[in-house]
Design a binder for this molecule. Structure first.
Ligand code: MRU
Length: 349
């Protein structure tokens, strides 16, 4: 399995996803500015991975600083606020940074330990929270894999199960085995046969470059198609289910994911194919009533048109919002979630 990120004790080692699949290059981030840059330029991307990276990025702002706890806490909060400006849509970023901030004011962090011991205890507590965020993400991915496989198998289709996905919600987007791709890895390990169709995902080709790369690496059959070919494929009855990840899910179930996801969901509804969203509960933002409130990132026009043309402008939203009505089910680490059912959000089954 490709390792998206790794804490090395002095730095955060990130697999530079902008260079994949041609080159396997790592970036060694030693401060919060390097982590901010890596998130902004998509060297590390995918909602859960962004959250994990941001946590370590915040820690890097204090890891080598020699100061008292109050000064460290202030620096940490400043770094959290700064990292929160890197990208706006994936709520996991803000969720992870909130956790770091809350941890820094938790009673244990405020305990009356003497001098240098207090500083060491404070740093230890923050790093521990970063490690917990990472470990929880790995565990969530596995649970999503288990639940998602059960959902896919309950469709009663013969193998290979023909699954279409959009963007990359695999190992490269998380610290673990992914969200949308987790059921495929979980099943593959248990002998279930799949044929995956990966939308190339214009403009940055996360499907063609990343999803195809990681599935091929894992030995799961994968076929890449241009985004405008999904309707043709589904019209021929060649897709048993669609499964995608999410960057933010509003309380009513409206789901922001990579641009183009909404179109895939419309096509799936037209041809009667089930459309699943797989995401950890940390991606559900109950503070937002519906998808119109989800902030959508707009990126540089040159991502769409490297050679800009005089007289033409570019529309380049990185995400769109799929209305809840088009989504068959949301698969989380706690099993299926239904909008309005908050009770199963925070209790592992
Ligand atoms: O712009 P990106 O590559 O960060 O977009 C990623 C996606 O849209 C993923 O589908 C989403 O974050 C889910 S990742 C498990």
């Amino acid at each position: 399995m490709l390792k998206t990120l790794q804490w090395t004790d002095t730095s955060l080692r990130l697999l530079d996803q902008t260079r994949l699949p041609a080159e396997t290059v790592y970036i060694n981030c030693t401060n919060e500015r390097m982590v901010w840059d890596a998130i902004r330029c998509l060297a590390v991307r995918g909602a859960p991975a962004i959250g994990v990276a941001a946590g370590y990025g915040a820690f890097l702002s204090i890891s080598t600083v020699d100061a008292c706890v109050d000064v460290l806490r202030e620096k940490l909060h400043t770094a959290c606020d700064y990292l929160a400006t890197s990208r706006p849509t994936a709520v996991n970023l803000f969720w992870a940074l909130d956790r770091i901030k809350r941890c820094s004011i938790a009673p244990a962090a405020l305990a009356n330990v003497a001098g240098g011991d207090a500083v060491a205890a404070f740093k230890h507590q923050i790093l521990d929270e970063c490690r917990k965020i990472e470990a929880e993400d790995i565990a969530c991915c596995q649970k999503i894999g288990q639940h998602g496989l059960a959902v896919l198998q309950s469709l009663g289709k013969s193998e290979p199960l023909r699954i279409l996905t959009h963007c990359n919600a695999g190992a490269l987007a998380t610290a673990g085995i992914g969200t949308a791709l987790a059921p495929l890895y979980w099943g593959h390990e248990r002998g279930v046969k799949f044929q995956v169709f990966a939308d190339e995902t214009r403009p940055l080709l996360q499907g063609a470059r990343l999803t195809a790369h990681e599935l091929a690496h894992a030995g799961i059959p994968v076929t890449v198609l241009c985004d405008n070919m999904a309707a043709s494929l589904m019209s021929q009855g060649k897709i048993d289910a669609i499964i995608v990840g999410a960057d933010r899910i509003a309380a009513n179930g409206d789901t922001a994911n990579k641009i183009g996801t909404h179109g895939v969901a419309i096509i799936a509804r037209h041809f009667g194919a089930p459309f699943f969203v797989a995401a950890p509960t940390s991606t559900i933002d109950l503070a937002l009533g519906d998808g119109t409130q989800i902030p959508i990132e707009h990126r540089d026009p040159t991502e769409v048109m490297p050679q800009m043309m005089a007289g033409a402008t570019v529309f380049n939203p990185a995400f769109d919002v799929t209305p809840a009505a088009l989504i068959t089910a949301w698969i989380t680490e706690n099993g299926l979630w239904q909008p309005g059912q908050e009770s199963n959000l925070f209790n592992a089954t």
